[in-house]
Design a binder for this molecule. Structure first.
Ligand code: NAD
Length: 325
């Protein structure tokens, strides 16, 4: 499907982007990456070591209209994964979040409108767009009441993609992605990507900080499953103009997750801590996805069980720890 296709991946040096690029190259795609290596986020050249020399890398910013006008030309698919992803930073510096997540998306869409309306864009939004769940599992018709700036800007970016699909016929499909974990995630701080932070703490034989009573439920997705969903959505004609949840649909509490990680790593221990004020403000409570729509429209479903995903993640960081912390 992607053999010989021209593919642009924004945020391609980050966690999801790099895993996606590796799979795209494996499938024979000609991959171009654009990433600005935003400090404190997941951009890391080591992430694409396995495809060194096989993907073109542009250290540039999606807000740069001239770069984007040039880079979208001749592309068949654009996976838009560049974003400000740090919830805490989005509350401390909301204007940067708005700039990157909304203006950056709009710059990309304008580049497509004027320079390549044949490309298809797949946008990586977040389950945070729903805010606190009023019913579970959460399907795509659930109300959207985001709790933080990051989730508001993601929802806005999603709407922009859908408007450009509808009005300007720039084909776009949007994902609302659940908490994702796995190899190639930043491991330097816990401000986003709490699952991977638990893995680091266990591997350091340290305390894993479980906030509150640890009973909050989440839906944890292994990054290989997310990559396959991105590719499946991109290659399904009926997916464009639509929004899809991506998750496992299986709820797991933070406490059970921490205990599982300790058991599989063979080190670390769970420790209950109070919510910090900044966490409390943006914590939406229980979430797990209803993935009926994506299954029905694209045939995609997750295949990696939690235990296996944890084991694979630990194995990766055991091998490459010095590149991540
Ligand atoms: N990881 C998750 O659990 C999750 C869940 C829901 C949604 N998402 C979304 O998926 C996307 C990728 O997230 P990730 O987890 O891979 O994070 P990440 O931090 O590892 O990757 C994001 C990448 O975008 C780059 N970037 C940021 N601003 C940029 C800009 N202005 N121009 C060019 N590059 C820029 C960063 O340098 C980084 O490499 C984000 O849009 C995020 O909101 C992730």
């Amino acid at each position: 499907m992607f053999n010989n296709k021209e593919v642009l991946v924004t945020g391609g040096l980050g966690f999801i982007g790099s895993n996606l690029c590796i799979e795209l190259v494996r499938q024979g795609a000609r991959v171009t990456i654009i990433d600005n290596m935003l400090p404190r986020q997941g951009g890391n050249l080591f992430n694409i070591r396995d495809i060194e020399g096989e993907a073109a890398v542009n250290i540039s910013d999606v807000r740069n209209q001239l770069s984007m006008n040039h880079l979208v030309q001749g592309k068949d698919y654009i996976f838009h994964l560049a974003g400000q992803v740090n919830h805490v930073d989005s509350m401390k510096n909301p204007l940067q979040d708005l700039e990157i997540n909304c203006r950056g998306t709009l710059v990309l869409l304008e580049a497509l409108r004027h320079h390549n309306r044949d490309a298809k864009v797949i946008f990586a939004g977040t389950r945070g767009e729903y805010g606190s769940s009023v019913s579970l599992p959460v399907d795509e018709d659930h109300p959207t009441n985001p709790k933080g700036v990051y989730a508001v800007t993601n929802l806005t970016a999603e709407k922009l993609v859908l408007v450009y699909d509808d009005v300007f016929k720039v084909k776009g499909a949007c994902l609302r992605i659940t908490n994702t974990y796995g190899p190639r995630h930043q491991m330097l701080h816990d401000e986003y990507g709490v699952f991977n932070w638990f893995i680091r703490k266990a591997m350091d034989n340290d305390e894993i900080p479980v906030m509150g009573d640890g009973r909050i439920l989440r839906d944890f997705l292994f990054v290989e499953d997310l990559v396959s969903s991105l590719l499946k959505v991109a290659s399904t004609e009926e997916a464009y103009g639509k929004v899809f949840n991506v998750g496992t649909g299986v709820p797991v509490s933070f406490f059970d997750l921490a205990e599982k990680i300790v058991a599989i790593a063979g080190s670390g221990r769970t420790k209950f801590t109070e919510f910090t004020q900044e966490r409390k403000e943006v914590e939406p409570g229980d979430y797990y996805a209803d993935i009926t729509r994506i299954k029905k429209v694209t045939g995609w479903g997750p295949v990696v069980p939690l235990d296996e995903g944890i084991a694979k993640t630990i194995e990766f960081y055991r091998q490459f720890r010095k590149e991540y912390w």
